[in-house]
Design a protein around this ligand. Structure first.
Ligand SMILES: O=P(O)(O)O[C@H]1O[C@H](CO)[C@@H](O)[C@H]1O
Ligand SMILES: O=c1cc[nH]c(=O)[nH]1
Length: 249
């Protein structure tokens, strides 16, 4: 298979079937600390890649950048090089008061309030994570005693519009746990392409908290947010190991 034009990887770059997908390229380097023999595979645009091993299982890590379009490009090209299971290692803003910084949201599905998924299918097409993979993540969160909440999230394309507070209030009232920008595209493109997907979101903005100052804190390595990030990475890796032992690949 030829070199993929955006992620700049080919089948000869990796034999991995599992991929972890952070949004932020810098998170790729922090995920490396959880893997054996991490090997950087370069960066093109927002797509920084690295491979490593967890308990003998090869894992590819590729950042998706911000939003649905670059995420969909990454998923399509990762499929071309043999990836079958993709877990987002993302961050989100909380839409419920009971969520605190560093909690992990396990997204069972997403409100697709973004444009990318609609370029693939009508808006009525559901954005759902793989149920078995998600169940495995929930089970591992219980075994590891990681503070985690499973439910629905909302993926959006806007960030600084004048309607953000009203939109958050509206979706909070419907019980949505958190807001991110990539989960829906990941789930819709994954389902249509026969891939298994899941999304783990680290809470980095409290409900009704200040969006810009909270994200600044995260970028400046706030301890609670980094703890949440470590938890979500560990959770994903434990789930991948259990999944691989069940011969589901
Ligand atoms: O931290 P990541 O994974 O990029 O996720 C969240 O952070 C970005 C916005 O700050 C968006 O990509 C949103 O989905
Ligand atoms: O509120 C937030 C915080 C992080 N990322 C988002 O997409 N929304």
């Amino acid at each position: 298979m030829s070199l993929q034009p955006h992620i700049r990887l080919s089948e000869s770059s990796t034999g991995a079937q599992y991929a972890l997908l952070p949004g932020d390229p810098q998170r790729v380097d922090r995920i490396a600390q959880f893997l054996d023999n991490p090997e950087p595979l370069g960066q093109n645009r927002e797509f920084r890649a690295l491979r490593g091993w967890y308990r003998g299982i090869e894992i590819l890590v590729v950042s998706t950048g911000i939003g649905g379009p670059s995420t969909a490009i990454a998923i399509e090209e990762l499929r071309q090089i043999g990836i079958k299971t993709l877990i987002r290692i993302g961050s989100c803003g909380a839409l419920q008061d009971f969520l605190t910084l560093g909690d992990v949201v396990i997204a069972q599905g997403a409100v697709a309030d973004e444009g990318t998924s609609k370029t693939y299918a009508p808006a009525s097409y559901p954005a759902c994570a793989d149920p078995q993979l998600t169940a495995q993540l929930i089970r591992q969160s219980q075994l590891l005693q990681i503070p985690a909440f499973s439910g629905l999230v909302r993926s959006h394309d806007s960030f600084y519009t004048d309607r953000e507070a009203a939109l958050d209030a509206e979706w909070s009232a419907r019980g949505i746990l958190g807001a991110d920008m990539e989960s829906a595209a990941l789930m819709v493109v994954g389902s249509l392409r026969g891939l298994r997907t899941a999304s783990l979101l680290n809470v980095v903005v409290a409900h009704n908290g200040s969006l810009d100052s909270s994200i600044n804190d995260f970028v400046q390595q706030d301890a609670l947010c980094l703890q949440g990030e470590a938890r979500q990475i560990s959770l994903a890796l434990h789930a991948i190991y259990s999944d691989s032992q069940q011969g589901e690949q």
